[in-house]
Design a protein around this ligand. Sequence first.
Ligand code: GLC
Length: 443
Amino acid sequence: MKRLLTFLSTLCCLSFNLQAQNKTSPSSLQERMQWFQDGKLGVFIHWGIYSVKGVDESWSFHNHKISYKDYMAQLNGFTASKYNPEEWAALIKESGARYAVITTKHHDGVALWPTKEKHFSTVKNTPAKRDLIKPFFNALEKQGIKKGAYFSLIDWSHPDYPAILRDSNRYKMQDDLARWGRFKTFAHNQIDELLANYNPDLWWFDGEWEHSSKEWESEKIKDKILKAQPWAIANDRLLDFGHYETYEQTIPPTRPKKFPYWEACMTSNLNWGYHPDDTNYKTPFQVISIFADVISNGGVYLFDIGPKEDGTIPAEQVHILKELGKWNKKHEEAVFGTIAGIEAGHFYGPTTLSKDSTTLYLFLQPQSSGQVMLKGLNNKINKIRVVGTNYELTHQVQSKMTWGNVPGIVFIDVPAKVNDTYMTVLALELEKPISIYKSDGEK
Ligand code: GLC
């Protein structure tokens, strides 16, 4: 009987998935966001002419660290001579990431695709002379990785865009609405080009802050995106019309409550783009700890890399992605397709839960051998496994009063031999879906 039920439920899931794939549009936000929420990890790529001198992307001229002329002279040095999009996609796959987001155009206005608009592109204005987006998106598609397009709404190089440097503008938008209108048409046209020729699964807007959603016509942008690709998703930098919230360079200290879906984007050192003078790289352990914290709170992690002008990825970033990949492969069941774990305070570390809430995953600091403690768990534990190994662990339940409802305190024995190099993950198989005791206890 149990087998028959499992078989029927598998059939039902299968047909649901097929229906979802064939459906022309999602029927709920949850259905739209499912792949993102289950995917947990993305790779962000900041690639542009700023990698020639290794200066801040766009901001270096805006903030007067370099003159606009010298910044734009980098156009002549951007070759993409060793660009290998298949290798990029293979590395992203190896890291375990389920989506990638590439800068199609940063605030400097240089498009990485052959824009038909009269404006800068790597195709027209650099020795690279080629579309850098198409072959990458094709390679991602072959690997089954979702394609994300970063697009800067502001364009400090465009002659009809009001702002250019931190302390000077070309004009004030209110004084020349016709000129602003020309810029808006240009920006919308570029979005149309990306939609028609590249069909991104995810739109990562940026640079929204200089204008309101009404001024950008965000709603119109959202409508055209969804008309062309009804399953697409966009971040909240499309102002009022995003599907999920993006945190930049921080992880929320407590679980975000405003939006059901969120992402934390973070650099691998201190910069988004290639910066050879910046050696302040996060270690694989730090990246994995951040990642575990993000998924523990129901988020998605977007980890950034900054390739060099020739298209090679700095060795330190390759190393992080490969180590992350090894760890993800071993701990796949505790990471991908899980849901946020239990509230803070019950266990001192990140946690996740299987979708049916019958398996609780505990993420341990390396070398936390000895015993780890968990409190407030009402359930009986059937089994404790070390994820990615054949080890089973023993545990004790202490201080369980026969006369009260307060659950006992669980101590799990973690011998040193089960430790992972980075984070060890325990799977607690529970008798029933998890139940956490939420009162103050007995006096
Ligand atoms: C900021 C910066 C930009 C960077 C982005 C990534 O908005 O303006 O340079 O690309 O963050 O999140």
